[in-house]
Design a protein around this ligand. Structure first.
Ligand code: FES
Ligand code: FE2
Length: 384
């Protein structure tokens, strides 16, 4: 993306200096570096988990897997979503094996010796465990996982003491309030399984240097030279591109898929925003819908990428709008697959003994910001 002078004013210097280099290839392949990333990033940062609408009712739950940890997200009777480690306090058995469902009894019971917990995590039943034996139920509450809801998106942090969500996501907090994303609903979802490192998907998302060759249709709708930095800070890094067609959007024919979302107006009617919420979410607000990706790493060389299309519920309910939603889905499914092909090829190439470090172009300065965020989190210095 091209440079924006305002960046220096904000004290963020992402500009490419002559000879700026990419990460060494080991960052995409090395098991040791991957383990460090899991420990220092995925177990520590706020990460995207699921949408509020996936847990509509009291007792509904969803299991979120973060590498070898498993978290139960459950909606309690106060309508809050709570997070618990999926680990019984008796002898450590995993409590819940199903990926999602509803706790009909409104409590969580271990399948082994039937210790029972309230949805708030408190131990309420432990057969034959007596106070006289020095046993205290209060000491056996399920281990807590931090939960934060923003605009219908639920984020979790597995850290015992995470920094506040508003600090990690400072640039995001009031950024897209006109979309009222909490009111939007999932109209479509596709799960992709890819053989590449998780960071290659973030990198690919944040530059359009590849667009003329890889995405001919996208390049007609939003010329790659239109890419701009936007307000970015820390873990929230992004920008926008301008639509060529008035009241257009990213669809197979370039026409809008729906009326503008909620309060979207002015310049936002002609922009597609691309925001990485480091480390595991990509958020793409369009004038008429919102696309987002949820990236789950499965080792250094593979990921699951769940892609969602959010529309206003009135549009989803309107049968005549189905073809237009499909046009938005087809456009991004086509574009996604074009991206996945080059990301998987890059995964292969960067594993070569001959690949050390590459060279960034002036179009790829956000990638440098992503690299810096990664190295800062890992405490690595790759400056030489
Ligand atoms: S391990 Fe859960 S009740 Fe025994
Ligand atoms: Fe792309």
């Amino acid at each position: 993306m091209s440079n924006d002078n305002n960046f220096e004013k904000r004290g963020v210097d992402y500009s490419i200096k002559h000879g700026e280099r990419t990460l060494p290839g080991k960052y995409y392949h090395d098991e040791g570096i991957y383990s460090e990333e899991v420990e220092k990033i995925f177990y520590k940062f706020w990460i995207y988990a699921c949408r509020e609408e996936e847990l509509p009712n009291f007792g509904d739950y969803k299991i979120i897997k973060v590498e070898d940890e498993s978290i139960i997200l459950v909606r309690d009777k106060e309508n809050e979503v709570r997070g618990h480690f999926n680990v019984c306090r008796h002898r450590g058995t995993q409590l819940c094996a199903e990926e999602k469902g509803s706790f009909e009894s409104k409590n969580i019971q271990c399948p082994y010796h039937a210790w029972t917990y309230g949805l708030d995590g408190k131990l309420i039943g432990a057969p034959l465990m007596a106070k006289e034996d020095g046993f205290n139920k209060e000491d056996c509450t399920l281990h807590h996982c931090h939960v934060h809801s923003w605009e219908g998106f639920i984020f979790i942090s597995l850290s015992e003491n995470p920094e506040p969500f508003e600090v990690q996501m400072e640039a995001l907090v009031d950024k897209f309030s006109d979309w009222r994303m909490g009111d939007l609903r999932i109209a479509h979802h596709i799960e992709y399984k890819l053989d590449c490192n998780w960071k290659l998907i973030l990198q690919n998302y944040q530059e359009c240097y590849h667009c003329p060759g890889v995405h001919p249709l996208l390049s007609q709708l939003t010329p790659f030279q239109s890419a701009q930095h936007d307000h970015s800070k820390g873990a929230v890094i992004g920008g926008f591109m301008e639509l060529t067609k008035e009241r257009g959007s990213m669809t197979m024919d370039g026409e809008a898929a729906a009326p503008p979302v909620c309060d979207v107006s002015g310049d936002d009617l002609q922009r597609i925003y691309y925001y990485s919420l480091f480390p595991n979410m990509l958020l793409t607000p369009h004038p008429d819908f919102v696309l987002f990706h949820h990236i789950t790493p499965k080792g250094p060389g593979s990921i699951t990428n769940n892609c969602y299309w959010l529309f206003h519920p009135d549009v989803i309910a309107d049968k005549t709008a189905r073809e237009r939603i499909k046009s938005a889905v087809d456009f991004w499914d086509l574009t996604n697959r074009q991206d996945w092909t080059v990301c998987e090829q890059m995964q292969k190439g960067t594993g070569s003994r001959r690949f050390t470090r590459g060279y960034y172009s002036g179009q790829e300065d956000i990638l440098l910001a992503l690299d810096k965020e990664l190295l800062k989190a890992l405490g690595h210095d790759e400056s030489n």
